[in-house]
Design a protein. Structure first.
Length: 660
């Protein structure tokens, strides 16, 4: 994957400096070993995700990658130190591939992103002491480790925004390489070195130390021409396609014949360019993992099949050799008799020598002997069938040795066949699981900010009677629900537990049905702290609008999002904490979460959940796969409608819990 150049980082820093001014750090994640994603809240804009991949890239992203179930230490430490901090500056160090983001909290912190070599991401305190690096690295003159003072790497190369003609001339005079390598090796990189050469019409293969004054003038003029747009921030963000694909903040003559796709910002262009590659890499990595899993069983099967073939051959060969011994019974017996008689007069060494001479002379009967060892074991060639005969045993006993060998192999074949069947079943399961798991692989999906309806900015659902129920998402929207949207005939609901949303059941033209009241109460129970606490049920009360007040009695204080309830309350107790999530057609396709009795009225395809142990992002992915078959929505659309806290699916047998 292409690493960002100095020029790329210059453009990114300028855009991020404008975009993240006064932004607040919300959360940090570490989707992969080298990648950190930080979520910012930008005033008047909202959520902005910035992805940092050490040694490669930095840019905003609309393709947030899947995060690990257990956060690594580094993003947890970032959350501890800089969550809630305000961005005060984004800068590039000396036109090098180093970015710095300054963040003000109770103290100043800085995040340094190194994009040269294998890169690094380093958190610094207000004195530039390293709090924690993503990677610990030690050099002779530089230590990247906790409690060490952070030092930038030595300055080198050309700063194209500032370099003078005499400085360029000095660089060439002190170089022992050609012009193109001198430019590239002094911080400009191959791409921009080639562009400068192209515009200057100077021979790039000429030795740098041999350039003339006219050539220096041409090179300096071309260098200024190439980088003039970035001095005035006149970026031309683009992705080029041709012999190779590239992403650029400037127009280059060397890509004049390439197809170009323009973007409003270089961050957006970089996001489209890198995220497509990352998506392919994620699929490939997962595919390789599962290929290894399947391959493990396939290797085992290959060994088992080879063993089976060996045993089958042993069974066949043993039978043939046993029968060959009986077929040559008399001939073999004669040889054994000769050897046994010779043993009475000669040593084994003498017998072996005699047999060798007899074999050469083709003595009748003895010519079938291939060899004889000191233990008296003969190797015979019986018409091409090689057998071993122990001269201390009779013919039947020698034949039985082979028959027994075949019987043992035959018994082992049964076990091998069972093992092969089991391995084949394992391969089938692994391949099936591979297909299922590969479907679950979350290639980063583009997060497109949608224009939400007014009620989608709140908690909401439609009752089975068609009435709208809305609720607050936080203290601010709790206030909004009551002050802006509650009318005289509506009903106000609140769970009888600290940390609950204000829920309003909007009245229609007719009397409000009891079924809608029960469903709105169940909704209020789910969107209370009872869910995060993992309770099975909760109590909810309802009152009329005139009973809800923001005016406290003398000496009392009402916090933001809270209200005073006067008069008697109507309680509905033991409401089960169960929600259904489905895709419904209400003023267009959208995701709705509500009591199962309500959601099932508008769609047959929904998922029912309860408080549990699965993270919201993980359960949201599973819900999306179930209800969003045409892939209209992204994971965040499902996460948005879920209650605070972990969830699990409701068992098919019992979609409702027993009331307490």
């Amino acid at each position: 994957m292409k690493a960002m150049s100095n020029v790329d980082i210059y453009a990114i820093c300028k855009e991020l400096g404008d975009l993240l001014k006064d932004a607040r750090v919300q959360k940090a994640y570490q989707p992969t070993k080298d990648t950190v994603l930080i979520r910012f809240h930008v005033p008047s804009k909202g959520r902005v995700d910035v992805i940092f991949q050490a040694g490669l890239r930095v840019h905003t992203t609309q393709y947030p990658p899947q995060n690990p179930k257990v956060p690594p230490n580094f993003p947890m430490l970032l959350r501890k130190y800089i969550k809630g901090g305000r961005v005060t500056g984004v800068s590039q160090h000396n036109f090098d591939r180093i970015m710095r983001i300054d963040i003000q909290k109770e103290h100043k912190f800085s995040l340094v992103i190194e994009l040269f070599a294998k890169g690094n991401i380093i958190l610094l305190d207000e004195d530039d002491q390293i709090i924690l690096p993503l990677k610990r690295k030690l050099w002779q003159d530089r230590k990247i480790s906790s409690k060490e003072e952070y030092k930038y790497p030595p300055e080198r190369g050309i700063n194209p925004l500032e370099i003078k003609k005499d400085q360029l001339k000095e660089i060439f005079q002190n170089s022992d390489r050609d012009i193109i390598r001198t430019l590239a090796g002094n911080g400009l990189g191959g791409l921009y070195a080639e562009e400068i050469i192209l515009r200057s019409n100077v021979d790039k293969k000429k030795m740098a130390s041999e350039v003339t004054d006219d050539e220096i003038n041409a090179l300096h003029s071309a260098l200024n021409d190439v980088f003039k747009p970035i001095k005035t921030y006149d970026f031309k963000p683009q992705i080029v396609s041709g012999k190779k694909d590239d992403v650029l903040p400037l127009d280059l003559q060397m890509y004049s014949e390439y197809e170009k796709k323009r973007y409003e910002t270089f961050n957006e262009a970089s996001d489209e360019f890198y995220s497509s590659i990352v998506g392919e890499d994620i699929v490939q990595v997962h595919n390789e993992v599962w290929s290894g899993e399947v391959g493990k069983f396939e290797k085992r099967l290959a060994i088992q099949l080879a063993t089976l073939e060996k045993f089958n051959k042993t069974v066949k060969d043993s039978k043939i050799k046993g029968e060959a011994i009986y077929s040559n019974y008399q001939n073999i017996q004669n040889i054994i008799n000769i050897i046994n008689e010779a043993r009475e007069k000669h040593s084994w060494l003498e017998i072996i020598s005699i047999i060798k001479k007899a074999k050469k002379a083709k003595t009748e009967g003895l010519e079938i002997i291939e060899s004889i060892d000191k233990m008296g074991v003969l190797t015979l060639n019986l018409d091409g069938i090689i057998v071993n005969i122990d001269t201390g045993l009779g013919i039947p006993e020698n034949a039985e040795v082979y028959y027994n060998k075949g019987k043992k192999a035959k018994k082992k074949i049964r076990g091998v066949n069972i093992a092969i069947a089991k391995t084949e079943e394992e391969i089938k399961k692994a391949k099936g699981k591979r297909e299922i798991e590969m479907e679950k692989v979350l290639v980063p999906q583009k997060r497109v900010k949608k224009d939400l309806k007014w009620y989608e900015k709140l908690r909401w659902f439609l009752t089975s009677d068609g009435l709208m129920v809305i609720g607050g998402r936080d203290a601010t929207t709790n206030e909004m629900v009551v002050k802006k949207h509650m009318e005289n005939r509506d009903i106000y609901f609140h769970s009888d537990i600290h940390g609950a949303a204000s829920i309003i059941l909007k009245a229609g033209k007719d009397e409000i049905p009891e079924s809608s009241i029960n469903q709105a109460a169940a909704f209020a129970a789910c969107f209370s702290s009872a869910w995060a606490k993992g309770l099975g049920s909760a109590d909810v009360y309802w009152v009329h609008p005139e009973q809800v007040s923001k005016t406290p009695q003398s000496g009392e204080f009402v916090t933001k999002g809270a209200f005073i309830i006067r008069g008697s309350r109507n309680y509905i107790r033991g409401l089960p904490l169960t929600l259904a999530i489905g895709k419904v057609d209400y003023e267009g396709e959208r995701i709705m979460a509500g009591p199962p009795e309500a959601v099932s009225k508008y769609t047959e395809n929904f998922a029912s959940i309860k408080p549990g142990y699965t993270k919201k992002e993980e359960i949201a992915m599973q819900i999306k796969n179930k209800i969003d078959t045409d892939k209209m929505f992204i994971i965040e659309d499902v996460v948005r409608v879920l209650p605070s806290g972990k969830c699990d699916f409701v068992d098919k047998k019992g979609s409702k819990r027993k009331r307490r």
